[in-house]
Design a protein around this ligand. Sequence first.
Ligand SMILES: CC(C)(COP(=O)(O)OP(=O)(O)OC[C@H]1O[C@@H](n2cnc3c(N)ncnc32)[C@H](O)[C@@H]1OP(=O)(O)O)[C@@H](O)C(=O)NCCC(=O)NCCS
Length: 224
Amino acid sequence: MEKMPYQSALDVQPTLAQTMYAEPVAVSSDWRTGLPVLTGAQVVLRELRSTDAPSLFALLTTEEVSRFISPPPTTVEGFEKFIAWAQRQRAAGSYACFAVTLRGFDTAIGIFQVRDLSSGFETAEWGFAIGSAFWGTGVFQEGAELVLQFTFDTIGVHRLEARAAVLNGRGNGALRKIGAVQEGVLRKSFLRDGQYLDQVLYAMLDVDWRRQRETMAPVSVSIH
Ligand SMILES: CC(C)(COP(=O)(O)OP(=O)(O)OC[C@H]1O[C@@H](n2cnc3c(N)ncnc32)[C@H](O)[C@@H]1OP(=O)(O)O)[C@@H](O)C(=O)NCCC(=O)NCCS
């Protein structure tokens, strides 16, 4: 999450072709034309919409959520720009960002994002942030399982990395419990509030995830 790519400075005006994807309502089996809706027992993950900006602003800019991640946008308008950027990057095939919602409630309470680290999405990095009212509720675990299935089965990622500040207890705990393997510590690799922090580098391989999934309860993924 710490090194996820969106920064307001990277904003560029969308081309005409990109604006065609600005507010998708229907999606196809090609995730680049619109993310599928991933449905679990309590969680529904779907494409971000510009109307998600107010709730994401309210939930993801608190001190406890943002202290170990790249600074989120500081205004609702900043989140709207981030969402438009995310849709353009998805259409370009280099990034996917899901809104986390609860079944029966369409309000976005968090995000999961996956970005390409190679030219063809063989290697990727993922990150996540969820409003603190929903921590420890199982929302993360279920959302993560849905995103992993999408990442390995739909995108076809071979190696999925994550970075978590060593000081981020919940972030590290969350990654470990989902099966991410610690590969090392990246010393002083993350600048936050004027301080360089150490980060743990985690990775999951498609083969390990497939083996691990055989021992887990299945999650259903419905594609609309
Ligand atoms: C990361 C995040 C999405 C995880 O969601 P969550 O609901 O808090 O995660 P969970 O409670 O399911 O899992 C966290 C695990 O870490 C454990 N944990 C909590 N504090 C911990 C600590 N200080 N040290 C180690 N483990 C800790 C929890 O006990 C839990 O494990 P358990 O379910 O086996 O008990 C959420 O905490 C968040 O949005 N944090 C802010 C943004 C962020 O840091 N993103 C991740 C960057 S890598």
